[in-house]
Design a protein around this ligand. Structure first.
Ligand code: SF4
Length: 441
């Protein structure tokens, strides 16, 4: 079966799409680069914002045109992921030509479902949306021809119910895979060419998988375990919740050489009042204490963050607190968004929603500050060296591009280096989209 998978949204969806591709290939399938060349098309959807949902519906409209030109079971359309979990009825109402709907925890069935439809075994659209993540990881991930930088999901779902977030409703309760499972998959990925692994979880630092000697493990223990995987050159993890950062994790950053000194730690807001309304379970000062503790254990560590402006009830004073927090931490990079109400979340039902114009103005001010901090952070490396994992070829002859330990994009020209190497690069320029450097002799 020729398959085409389109992935929307976060890294966890990219990982899930890779798992679906593995399942199709294990069943003798072949990946194609265009939907019109495929027998089955999978849209692996995200549901973080309205705009994304509408994009899926317009893509479905385009697929309908292809389907109408072929006989129905010769072109199978499957919608998977968070939007499928949340809006299965809506999707089938607006796009009745969709053949199957699979929630994020049901993607393990992808190949079997596609085969059933192709064999006419399914008269109505198949809908499979459970919230039990266990099922998904029953199939071991087969790792063939992987890139030098790979994702590995260790934990699914979330029990935090932040007031603006849809994830607990789409990915269900927290489930952590066993240490044995994760280490086995990591070894497979390294054997298949990966040099860097990024561990994924909606709330990765609340990882509580079964340990190698039974009992509950945690993220720090897992990091120490993975540090022993031969051939693994770099380790990262995301997304952390500040409330679950602890001393053991800080010690892991001090002790584990391959653990990147770069941590994504979403603050969301600098105002205690807004953090409370968001149900984030930490205060501004607690967040800053965690940053301080991590810096004590690993002085060269740097941070990125997520911020939401215009959360219901946010005053000018609250917003000033967010700016102050960013000024205190000085981020290497950060993502910031205008609050966008998600139907079904508590925040969407809150009074005192903020006007679009106020949100836009606050976003402009915050992004100016964060962009200046990022420029300053990158400028600081001109004349200094960075360890860069070379990931792919660049536009120019002998040019390779890669990522530094701070996840900065770096490009370098040399003929004695290859993709997969970690090269010592002396930075010569902070260009608009990436740092430029030369190989240290
Ligand atoms: S911790 Fe993250 S994934 Fe969980 S509810 Fe909060 S924002 Fe959503």
């Amino acid at each position: 079966m020729r398959f085409f998978i389109k992935s929307y949204g976060c890294q966890m969806n990219s990982y899930d799409s890779q798992r679906m591709s593995d399942a199709f290939i294990a069943a003798g399938g072949e990946a194609v680069s265009k939907p019109e060349e495929a027998d089955v098309v999978v849209l692996n959807t995200c549901s973080i914002r309205d705009k994304v949902d509408e994009k899926v519906f317009s893509d479905l409209g385009r697929l309908k045109i292809i389907k109408d030109e072929k006989s129905p079971n010769d072109f199978i359309i499957i919608v998977a992921g968070c939007m499928a979990q949340l809006r299965s009825k809506d999707i089938l109402k607006r796009a009745p030509y969709v053949d199957a709907i699979l929630g994020p925890q049901n993607i393990g069935q992808i190949s079997e479902v596609a085969t059933d439809i192709a064999k006419n075994k399914a008269l109505d659209a198949i809908v499979s949306i459970s919230s039990d993540a266990r099922e998904k990881f029953l199939q071991p991930a087969s790792a063939s021809n992987r890139s030098v930088s790979e994702f590995l999901t260790i934990q699914e779902g979330c029990d935090n119910f932040c007031a603006y977030c849809i994830v607990p409703y789409t990915r269900g309760r927290e489930f952590s895979r066993s240490v044995a499972d994760i280490v086995a998959e990591a070894k497979n990925l390294v054997a298949a060419g990966a040099k860097e692994i990024t561990l994924l979880g909606q709330n990765v630092n609340s990882y509580r998988g079964e340990g190698l000697n039974g009992g509950k493990s945690n993220l720090a223990n897992l990091l120490y375990e993975l540090a022993n995987v031969a051939g693994l050159k770099r380790l990262r993890y995301l997304t952390s919740n500040p409330k679950d950062v602890n001393e053991r994790i800080a010690e892991a950053h001090r002790d584990i050489e391959i653990l990147a000194p770069f941590l994504h730690l979403p603050a969301q807001s600098g105002s205690d009042g807004i953090l409370k309304k968001m149900n984030r379970k930490y205060s501004n000062s607690e967040y800053l204490e965690k940053i301080e503790m991590l810096r004590e254990h690993r002085p060269d560590i740097a941070f990125s963050s997520d911020f939401i402006v215009g959360f219901p009830g946010e005053t000018d004073e609250d917003f000033q607190q967010t700016l102050k927090l960013a000024e205190k931490v000085r981020y290497a990079q950060a993502y910031s968004f205008k609050y966008s109400p998600r139907p079904g979340t508590p925040a969407a039902r809150m009074d005192d929603q903020i006007s679009e114009s106020v949100k836009s103005e606050r976003l402009r001010i915050l992004q100016d500050l964060l962009n200046n901090q990022q420029t300053e952070f990158n400028e600081n490396f001109v004349g200094r060296s960075l360890k860069v994992l070379l990931v792919k070829s660049g536009k120019h002859k002998n040019q390779l591009t890669g990522r530094s330990e701070y996840s900065q994009a770096v490009s370098v020209c040399a003929n004695n280096i290859s993709i997969g190497d970690i090269a010592e690069v002396k930075i010569t320029e902070n260009a608009s989209h990436s740092l430029i450097g030369v190989i240290e002799p």
